[in-house]
Ligand binder design. Sequence first.
Ligand code: HAM
Length: 426
Amino acid sequence: MYRAPRGTSDILPAEQQYWRYIEERAAQICHLNGYERIDTPVFENAGLFVRTIGEGTDIVEKETYSFPDRGGVTMTLRPEGTAPVCRAYIEHGMYNLPQPIRLYYIAPIFRYERPQAGRYRQHQQFGFEAIGDGDPAIDAEVIDMGWRLFLTLGIGRLTLRLNSIGCRGCRPGYIEALKGYYQTQTSNLCRECKARLVRNPLRLLDCKEEGCRDIARSAPRSIDYLCQGCQEHFELLKRYLGLLKLPFEIDHCLVRGLDYYTRTVFEVQPEGEEGAQSVIGGGGRYDDLIGELGGRPTPAVGFAAGIERIILNMKRQGIPAPSNPKPSIFICYLGDEASEEAIRLVAEIRGSGTAATIASGSKSLKAQLRQANSLGMSIAVIIGEEEVKGGVVIIRDMIEGEQRNVPMDEAVGEIKGILKSRLPLV
Ligand code: HAM
């Protein structure tokens, strides 16, 4: 028996209502803020991600799905959405348009991770990017949009954590200070952190091992090493977030798992939770990324959230998603002639814009009505030999249990009338 690959899942019909609801809400927020949808390929040249996410990161070192294609070029299944959007920005000359360019996406992401609740090998990300403006007001806009998404979905008890990790100019000074501090702590570091100290010191602050977390708490703080430009940027951002009434806390250990960030980094997490797999959304500024990809230096900022984690949090907090409309008309028939009338009628009902389901096979009327009942249908239309002869159909109200004959050519109008009378009064 084949099963879905480890870390992936089928989204069955019963789950779909969450997906549609979240995707609709996400798109609505984007449109309200002037963000337009972009779709990029599921795979890209491997170099795109090595160059941007960073060679020393877990994602690039251990988690990409990479393979040589038949032409011998190494491809990687998209492990995140930002680098492809920036590649598209450069490739399509979007820098010639008025800036910033505001884009959003809803796309599958692939990371070879150790699967557990909230962490999968394929997940779906909703993300947005504002490219071409360094103004902290855009950082605030992006953070506000992410926060608002969770609010409109009804998810409460969230914490917004914020930090600034400086720029190319001031970060080297900070890294030196960090290294100096950690060199005095090497005997207490986990094995991975000993390697991080050499390869990617910033990532030391990100370690989830309890001992390393204690050490990180007393480490030098990036905000104490910001140059004047970064300091002013951070101060303004905090002010704007205050204006927008977004409650945030500064987290000196927040550095994020991708190397491309500059200045602003932020994450949203359920209150009191700490593991990386509980982060529901995150993002930040990446002013050097487009330059690294060969474009002209272009500041940018963005955010992404995993749909599966949003659903997990909605369910934990008992938040339902509105269910998708289902057909409420069921057509039953008995005999060959009736089956032809039924096929014609169901097409007419659907053509008029009303969803309907038709029985199949040659079940007894009782079995057909039982099926209509178990599908939760509110109206059954019954056509037998007698009805065909008389040019009528039986319309049965499955809720009240009443039924009556209606001329065949009035059936659609009658059904619509019943459905309309049942609409909740507003
Ligand atoms: P990220 O933090 O790696 O950021 O991923 C964004 C979100 O995707 C996470 O907060 C989480 O909700 C979800 N996520 C990540 N990995 C998994 C997984 N294995 N299983 C389930 N959900 C997961 C980025 O990818 C950046 N591109 C975000 C960004 C956009 N930065 C700037 N613009």
